[in-house]
Design a protein around this ligand. Structure first.
Ligand code: GLY
Ligand code: MN
Ligand code: MN
Length: 445
């Protein structure tokens, strides 16, 4: 689910045990060390994307900052470095904290520069060995010029004296968040190079990333196959008396056994009243007979995310009142999904689902946004008021939550939007009451 304030903020895909990170897909070349290369696709894919972006910018210059080491906790054993979605989409460089891309579409010869932090031999004993500058880096990344970050200021100032437009590609962050590094840099350039101006291009990458390439859909489909296996393993393996954490293990083993290479986000496995807390991840709770269990979890493949939620009875049979509430949520989802096709906005879908809850007097029990885009990030950037294009992948995820009723229900499916309607990518995961109860009758033990 997603809250309004998060619509600009890209989420982070997290790779945790029992998975390896997306680097598993990369074949190390001569001389290990980072950057290992581009991932999950070859350098020419990213070069073509940058060319597409530069064709739209035409002139000027654009600086795009990758995630920094400061974006990760001090202890890299706790959470591995995760590249930000825009930078990952443009470069495929996933393993170099502090990398910065500079694009200069109007320049005659060299149009692409990559800046990497200087090497720190002491740190390399702790984290990973990094490559020296040279042709190997340029070959692995497919970027024309790779230099150390100490030279960034000089180069962008020199470029800005010719190319007066400084394009800001976003993301736009809230007024209380730190000023993005790119805007700080542009501010310093504008103070030194007369005649430069900052251009808002924050919708451009959002639009480019929102239409998925066939190769991206292929990875998302693979991630969905693994996601389905995990959800089925959980539905079949759940037993009253288990803990949420035991069920999470079954779920995530199911993902890994079916080809998942990571998690799209921290799995939410919540029983009974815990399911009414939207981002519950404590997992110490017991699963009781009579509880509904909510699982919001998905595998990823090559960093591509999925996002699926299922709610089901721990004992395999919906009680009549649970069933009535479940079918109300399903009706709200159907109200939105029947309107889904290219050209509709999220605001329209949201209103269609909300009307179902309003008509039945339950609107106060649905307290989050209806859905979001998915891709490299589980929450890909998007604009709720803009028409959804064909080729976008989105979720529709209504819910009903009440701590007082010891219950939370969410049903979340993932859709590929087409010109005439949509394809439900998560269709293979039991969803109706009959499908869920049938899948749970096949329970082991
Ligand atoms: N899994 C997070 C969400 O549904 O948006
Ligand atoms: Mn979601
Ligand atoms: Mn979800």
């Amino acid at each position: 689910m997603i809250f309004e304030r998060r619509q600009f903020l890209a989420g982070a895909a997290i790779a945790l045990s029992p998975f390896n990170s997306a680097a598993a897909q990369i074949l190390p070349g001569p001389g290990y060390g980072t950057p290992l290369g581009t991932s999950p696709f070859a350098p020419d894919v990213y070069r073509a994307r940058r060319a597409q972006l530069m064709a739209q910018l035409k002139t000027g210059l654009a600086v795009i900052h990758g995630a920094t080491a400061a974006d990760a906790p001090d202890n890299t054993l706790l959470a591995p470095f995760t590249q930000n979605g825009d930078f990952a989409w443009l470069t495929g460089i996933m393993d170099e904290p502090g990398a910065i891309l500079v694009l200069a579409p109007g320049e005659a010869a060299v149009k692409e520069f990559l800046f990497l932090p200087s090497r720190d031999i002491e740190m390399e004993r702790v984290t990973v060995e990094r490559l020296p500058l040279g042709s190997l880096i340029e070959q692995r990344t497919g970027i024309q010029r790779v230099q150390r970050s100490t030279r960034l200021g000089g180069l962008v100032t020199q470029l800005a004296t010719r190319a007066k437009d400084l394009h800001f590609l976003g993301p736009v962050v809230s007024a209380t968040a730190p000023v993005p590094e790119t805007l700080e840099l542009y501010g310093r350039i504008a103070a030194r190079v007369p005649g430069t101006s900052i251009r808002d291009q924050s919708g451009l990458l959002t639009a480019l990333r929102s239409v998925k390439e066939p190769r991206e859909l292929d990875l998302m489909q693979k991630a969905m196959t693994a996601t389905r296996a995990g959800h089925l393993a959980a539905m079949r393996g759940v037993k009253p008396g288990m803990t949420e954490r035991q069920l999470r293990r079954l779920l995530e083993e199911g993902f890994a056994n079916a080809g998942g290479t990571g998690l799209s986000y921290n799995s939410i496995v919540a029983a009974g009243r815990n399911a009414a807390s939207l981002h519950y991840i404590t997992e110490t709770g017991p699963i009781r007979d009579g509880d509904l269990v909510l699982i919001d979890a998905a595998a990823s493949v090559g960093r591509y995310a999925c996002d699926v939620t299922r709610s089901f009875p721990a004992n395999g049979r919906f009680a009549p009142a649970q069933r009535a509430d479940y079918e109300l949520v399903l009706a709200a989802q159907a109200a939105a999904d029947s309107r889904l096709k290219a050209g509709v906005t999220f605001e329209e879908l949201d209103e269609a689902a909300r009307q179902v809850f309003r008509r039945t007097g339950r609107i106060d029990e649905f307290y989050h946004g209806l859905g979001h885009y998915v891709g490299l990030d589980v929450h890909d950037p998007f604009d709720r008021s803009k028409p959804i294009p064909a080729g976008a992948v989105i979720t529709i995820e209504p819910g009903l939550y009440a701590h007082s009723a010891n219950q939370g229900i969410r049903i979340e499916d993932q859709y590929l939007v087409t010109a005439t309607g949509s394809e439900r990518m998560s269709a293979g995961i039991p969803r109706s009451v009959a499908e869920i109860e049938a899948a749970m009758r096949g329970k082991a033990g």
